[in-house]
Design a protein. Structure first.
Ligand code: FES
Ligand code: FES
Length: 196
């Protein structure tokens, strides 16, 4: 089996589980550690609406949404890249708009509809953007892919950017870095989803 065949087969299988597991190769996955809870007096009860489900948590009010998703709720499809708002790997949707979960306090996301990569597929049916990424081989290591897909779906859901040219798509996606430089395939995948 060639490397490409292997990667595609792996991605297709993982995509049926809403993609997250194929892109979980974080080095040592240190960002999946639960948030320490020893100082309980400082903890805040919060409720997050994620992918249509309510989750009640007790969190340090300084907890980033990214850490709550990964460390507390084990939704590891959302990736931690830079943790400084520079790479886009942690992109999720808040009320349908893309947002960097590493720069968003979990407490500030209360009352909003949070969508993560796990929430895009409908059962066994991939979101058209996920299918387009597979069709166009729009990834290599896959680490940036959940963030790319979340930004791309928000881009196409916005009537102001939905019909953009390739140049405009590139500009709109410029906050999502791909260290494997799969950019031409990512743009091709978005254009495919744009036509769907
Ligand atoms: S991890 Fe959030 S922008 Fe890089
Ligand atoms: S596919 Fe490797 S970082 Fe984008």
């Amino acid at each position: 089996m060639s490397r490409r065949t292997f990667v595609l087969a792996t991605l297709a299988a993982a995509a049926l589980l809403a993609l997250p597991s194929v892109v979980t190769a974080a080095p040592a996955d240190i960002s999946a550690r639960p948030i320490p809870t020893e100082n309980r007096a400082a903890m805040l009860p919060i409720e997050l609406n994620i992918n249509g489900e309510k989750h009640r948590l007790e969190l340090d009010p300084r907890t980033a949404l990214l850490d709550a998703l990964r460390g507390n709720l084990h939704l590891t499809g959302t990736k931690k890249g830079c943790d400084h708002g520079q790479c886009g790997a942690c992109t999720v949707h808040l009320d349908g708009h893309s947002a960097l979960s590493c720069l968003t306090l979990a407490v500030m996301a209360q009352g909003k509809a949070i969508t993560t990569i796990e929430g895009l597929a409908k059962g066994d049916t991939l979101h058209p953007m996920q299918a387009a990424f597979i069709k166009h081989d729009a990834f290599q290591c896959g680490y940036c892919t959940p963030g790319q897909i979340m930004s791309a779906t928000a881009l196409l859901a916005d009537p102001h950017t939905r019909h953009g040219s390739a140049v405009e798509i590139r500009e709109a996606m410029s906050g999502n870095l791909c260290r494997c430089a799969a950019y031409p395939n990512i743009i091709a995948a978005i254009e495919e989803a744009q036509r769907a």
